[in-house]
Structures are given as structure tokens and as C-alpha cells.
Design a protein around this ligand. Structure first.
Ligand code: SF4
Length: 466
């Protein structure tokens, strides 16, 4: 995901407030880091610039996960240096080592002013202060209570922890972001409340490993609203559900690993307290491949677990990502994965052909497969995934669903685009809303509408607002 966050929101104007250009690259976790930095910049009275040339300094928040992302980040830094000259780099790529163990960003772009890893608002602000001194008289009161957000006003990501205790063999995130550090429960719930109060209608809970929330602090008891609350997935989700109910909003969970304790939150989904939607990054189904991947919960019986979830909450939608062609994957192991897809009926699935990431331990595994085999398996996987998904979407035709409106030109009289509980923003399909038949009906961005599903097309549904 790429966002030019210099355009994120109107800025307060002062006569001589310095201007900061900002580019945010990478995943939602990087996006929340960008939001924290932008919030701090705004709180201190800095303005943002829409162009590199018009800025006093540029911050680039980078992604370092796969080779394409590394290239995009390095290219963006190069453009900012060419157009502006004063550049601070933050984010995952900033923590990555280059040849000989030095810092990769500094090796490629020695002229950058400062480089930090992810989740480093204080360090970034220190570097900003050094090169573009703080304006006097900051307009602190002009910062929205929920902070500066890069998402549309009606949905927001809530990051509950940073880092990860696992060491999946294909992943270098722990080496860039460190071990799991859970945010205090009071801070998490306080931020959720401010977001709901500022008009957010859908809260997307994110982290590297949402199921592990609180493990690092031994599920310490914190305080929220004058009451003790444990730093634990179930307790957090219950509290978020209460807050969401008060504000008529949705809560959606991402990056949930299928540990047994996740079963405890299924009743909340069945009762409609949080969305019956789980984003579970399975990556594979065969136990031996999962072991080679060193995946969390690799000993769990995932198919049985999913079937049990569907018994408790038949409405549940499961999204997942997979890797095809992992080193040593046999045809039989791959077939096992296809069978799993069919039996588990994963509603939304993405699949990458395995690609080695520099620094990942999987690179040392024997049995690397030729590129053609990896690509061919990815295509075969996606054919099955699309069949499953299309059949499930088709079954929704005739139903009436609650839809959150994301866009509605001409006050929605010409229709619009929204999403149901089954669609997370950016990664899933949409509900395309037809122009309402009733003259009195209008669609408004950020509000819910009921809609009658009339057709399914590709990953999307088509619906008549009612
Ligand atoms: S769970 Fe695995 S893939 Fe996810 S961040 Fe941790 S190590 Fe990486």
C-alpha cells in the first residue's frame, strides 16, 4: 500500500511554519507508524507539503518485506533526495542490513540525514528537530483528538502490539521489528474510544500476531474506564465490542493465529458483537510444510478448528494468505493444500509464489523449486480459491446485508461502493451499490445502508440499497 500522506488532512497555517513532505509505503502497521509521526508533527505545529520541492524536509516511511517493496522504497528515497535533498528515512527498510552488515539505506543513499527502524516516532522527531527546528507556538489544539489518520474518516486501524515472538523461516520481520511488545490495554481502549468518538464506524485491529496479545506482559491487568481489564485477546475484544456497540460501529480482527484460545471469541461473533470475520494467515496446510516454515500453531488441527468455528458461527468469513512452492514442497503436499482449501471453504484467499527474502532462514532449506513450478502452483491454487470464493458469493444473491458506504458520488443518487462484514478495506471485494430506486433514499459515505444483493461478479457483489 502506498500513500502520499502529505495530502491526508488540512493543516493549520502559520506564517512561517516549516513544511514536511511525507511518503508512507508498506503495510497497515507501517501506516499506523506514519499516523503517529504525522500526529506529532501536527501537534508541534509543522505543516505538510504536497510536493518534495515545496517541503523543508522529507520523511520516507519504508517497507522492507519483499524485494519489490525494497526497490520501491529505495527509489522513493532517491526521488526525494533528487527533488529536495533533506531526507529522513524510517520504517522496516531502515532496520535492514546491507552488504558487510552496514545499514542498507545508508549504503545506497549515503546523503540521507537520518535512518531509523520502524515504530520510532521519538527518533524521527529528534532528527526532524535537528534539521528543521520546531516552530514556536504550536497549534496543539488543532490536532484532532484521534490523531492524524491516513484512512478515510469512517474506518481506522488500531495497532495493539509491535513485533513478533515467532521466527517463521520465510520472514525477516522479527529481525526488523523485534520481539512482541503489547501496548497497555488502557492505551489500546483509549485510542479505540477516541476513534469511535471521532466518527470511525469500522475499527480494524492489527498487529503481527493478534492472538498473542499480552503474552509478553503475562496478561497483566491494566485499567480502563475505572475497571481492571486484562491485557488479553478475549478481554480486549469484549471491551472493544462494548465500545463499538455504543457507537454503532464494527470491529474486525486481522492477523489472528488459530490457537485454541481464539475459539473463545467465536461466541462474540455469533452474537453479532464483533464482525464474524477472521483474517488468519495460514500460509499452508500440510503439517510438514508448516514445520519447515516454522509457523505458529503448526501443530494445531486447523481444518477441525475451522469446522468448529463454522458450527459456532455459521456466518463466519475467513480470509487467509498462502505460499505456493515453498522449498521442498512436494506435489502431494501441494495437493493437500488444495484439498484443505476446498474443505475449509476459505472465503477470501490470496497466494504468493514463494520468493526468497534476503536474510530469511528459509533460503538455506534444501529443495528450492524452479520459478515455473512455483508460479504454476500459485495459479492452480488461485483457480481453486476463486471457485470456492465465487460459489460462496453466489450464495449471497437474494440476501439483504448491512453495507458500510465507502464512496457515493452525487449524494449516492447514482449509486456508490461499500463493503459488507465479509469485506475488509483494500484487500477483499466490495459491494457495488446501484442507484436507489426510492427517490427518498440517499447514500452517505461513512454511513450504513441495508442492501439487497442482486448479483455476484468476480470478487464483488452488486446490490440495491433498500
Ligand atoms: S508470525 Fe511469522 S510471518 Fe508473521 S511476523 Fe511473526 S515471524 Fe513473520
Amino acid at each position: 500500500m502506498t500513500q502520499d500522506i502529505a495530502t491526508a488532512a488540512p493543516t493549520p497555517t502559520t506564517a512561517a511554519a516549516p513544511k514536511i513532505g511525507f511518503v508512507s509505503l508498506g503495510c497497515p502497521k507501517a501506516l499506523t507508524d506514519s499516523e503517529l509521526i504525522l500526529t506529532q508533527l501536527r501537534a508541534e505545529g509543522y505543516e505538510t507539503s504536497k510536493t518534495f520541492q515545496g517541503a523543508d524536509l522529507v520523511i520516507v516511511n519504508t517497507c522492507g518485506f519483499i524485494d519489490d517493496a525494497v526497490k520501491e522504497s529505495l527509489d522513493t528515497i532517491g526521488e526525494a533526495l533528487a527533488d529536495n535533498g533533506k531526507v529522513i528515512v524510517t520504517g522496516c527498510l531502515g532496520a535492514k542490513a546491507g552488504e558487510g552488515g552496514g545499514n542498507l539505506v545508508r549504503q545506497v543513499h549515503p546523503k540521507v540525514l537520518a535512518v531509523t527502524g520502524p515504530h520510532a516516532t521519538d527518533e524521527v522527531m529528534d532528527a526532524v528537530h535537528l534539521h528543521v527546528p520546531k516552530p514556536h507556538d504550536p497549534f496543539v489544539d488543532l490536532v484532532p483528538p484521534a490523531g492524524v489518520k491516513l484512512t478515510p474518516k469512517h474506518y481506522a486501524y488500531l495497532k495493539i502490539s509491535e513485533g513478533c515472538n515467532h521466527r517463521c523461516s520465510f520472514c525477516i520481520i522479527p529481525s526488523m521489528r523485534g520481539d512482541l511488545v503489547s501496548r497497555p490495554i488502557g492505551d489500546v481502549l483509549g485510542e479505540a474510544q477516541r476513534l469511535f468518538e471521532s466518527g470511525v464506524k469500522e475499527l480494524l485491529v492489527i498487529s503481527q500476531d493478534t492472538s498473542a496479545y499480552g503474552v509478553d506482559v503475562k496478561y497483566r491487568t491494566g485499567f480502563w474506564d475505572g475497571k481492571p481489564v486484562k491485557t488479553k485477546l478475549l478481554d480486549m475484544v469484549q471491551a472493544l465490542a462494548e465500545l463499538a456497540e455504543r457507537h454503532g460501529a464494527w470491529v474486525r480482527l486481522h492477523y489472528v493465529y488459530p490457537y485454541p484460545h481464539v475459539d473463545e471469541i467465536l461466541p462474540l461473533m455469533a452474537e453479532g458483537k464483533i464482525l464474524p470475520y477472521l483474517d488468519v494467515p495460514f500460509q499452508h496446510a500440510h503439517p510438514d510444510v508448516l514445520k519447515r516454515m516454522k509457523r505458529p500453531a503448526n501443530g494445531e488441527k486447523n481444518l477441525e478448528r475451522i469446522l468448529r468455528w463454522r458450527e459456532i458461527c455459521p456466518e463466519i468469513v475467513i480470509r487467509s494468505t498462502f505460499i505456493a512452492g515453498f522449498p521442498g514442497e512436494t506435489e502431494a503436499e501441494f495437493q493437500y493444500l488444495l484439498d484443505f482449501m476446498r474443505e475449509a471453504q476459505i472465503d477470501r484467499a490470496g497466494c504468493f509464489a514463494y520468493s526468497p527474502v534476503e536474510g530469511a532462514s528459509a533460503n538455506e532449506l534444501a529443495g528450492a523449486l524452479p520459478d515455473e513450478v512455483r508460479d504454476e502452483r500459485r495459479a492452480r491454487f488461485m483457480a481453486v480459491a476463486e471457485q470456492v470464493s465465487a460459489a460462496k458469493l453466489q450464495r449471497r444473491v437474494g440476501a439483504t446485508m448491512q453495507v458500510l458506504v465507502d464512496s457515493a458520488p452525487a449524494l449516492g443518487r447514482k449509486g456508490g461502493v461499500g463493503r459488507s462484514y465479509a469485506d475488509a478495506p483494500e484487500i477483499d471485494g466490495t459491494v457495488r451499490l446501484l442507484p436507489p430506486e426510492k427517490a427518498s433514499k440517499t447514500l452517505k459515505v461513512g454511513e450504513f445502508t441495508r442492501a439487497h444483493i442482486v448479483a455476484a461478479e468476480g470478487h464483488d457483489l452488486i446490490a440495491m440499497p433498500v
